[in-house]
Design a protein around this ligand. Structure first.
Ligand code: HPA
Length: 280
């Protein structure tokens, strides 16, 4: 992306001029999970459409604003609403906010999403810590780092051998245990969307070894890693991915995904707040 660094700088400068906070932790919140931002104290709110070059969310349930403030003693930046590949953005555009966060000084990225279960012991309402991912669009060429590489962002061929930080995972598990919150762990596979999967696609995805499927998170995690950020990912299981073998098929709908998100937001919010407290 030619001039990408200048665009990132312009967006970063705008944000710096509109808040005194200097966040070191970034949070990207998925469908129905945005209300976590209400936990921030002294928040400054900046709408995406004010920020130069920032992508705008077009999906219901995604507010489309940055909330920057203090959470559990840490300066954090919350992306309340994200943009997705299926909205028509390129993988590079989707991850523009992660570049901006990096330039702002964010070194830890916490990403949440809603996901469909591919595993019999993952039920709607369950939380799954992301241990690894499968970048299906990326493997097929729709990769956020495709194109000329700006060394200021990170290496041309970054390692993805450990995307999700083991130490952060341990801290998250410790906090979940302290709060009595059941936390599972698994591999997240990203699909492009926006249609939900057919039963045949679900069988295919299961055969890849993935545990949960969703339409986000992976491009952001890849770019964060290229920049050397530590990444923590949490999926909220909102539905069971389509399965024709079930007697009563559980249809994934956007409303269902949002509904589970809204129900689980207080629990996930407390878990994230407790985890952030352990980081500071
Ligand atoms: N499939 C893909 N993406 C999703 C799903 C699903 O079942 N649920 C939430 N996001």
């Amino acid at each position: 992306m030619d001039g990408a660094h200048e665009r990132v700088r312009a967006a970063t400068a705008y944000i710096c001029a509109h808040t005194e906070h200097r966040p070191s932790i970034g949070l990207i919140l998925g469908s129905g999970l945005g209300t976590l931002a209400k936990r921030l104290t002294a928040p400054d709110i900046i709408r995406y459409d004010e920020i130069p070059h920032f992508p705008r969310s077009t999906v219901a349930g995604h507010a489309g604003q940055l909330v920057i403030g203090t959470l559990a003693g840490a300066q954090v930046l919350v992306m309340q609403g994200r943009v997705h590949y299926y909205e028509g953005y390129s993988p590079a555009q989707i991850t523009f906010p992660v570049r901006v966060m990096h330039l702002l000084g964010v070194r830890t990225l916490i990403v949440t999403n809603a996901a469909g279960s591919l595993r019999s012991d993952l039920a709607p309402g369950d939380l799954m810590a992301i241990k690894d991912h499968l970048n299906l669009p990326g493997l097929a060429g729709h990769h956020p780092l495709r194109g000329s590489n700006d060394d200021a962002f990170g290496p041309r061929f970054p390692s993805m051998s450990q995307v999700y930080d083991p130490e952060l995972l341990t801290i998250l598990h410790q906090e979940a245990k302290r709060q009595g919150v059941a936390l599972k762990e698994g591999t997240y596979v990203m699909v492009a969307g926006p249609s939900f999967e057919t039963p045949a696609e679900v069988r295919f995805l299961r055969s890849t070894g993935a545990d949960a499927v969703g339409m986000s998170t992976v491009p952001e995690a890849v770019v964060a890693r290229q920049g050397g950020m530590r990444v923590l990912g949490i999926s909220l299981i909102s539905n069971v991915a389509a399965d024709s073998l079930r007697k009563e098929p559980v249809e994934a709908t956007h409303e269902k995904v949002q509904e589970v998100g809204e129900t689980m937001t207080p629990i996930l919010g407390a878990l994230i707040e407790g985890t952030v407290a352990r980081l500071t």
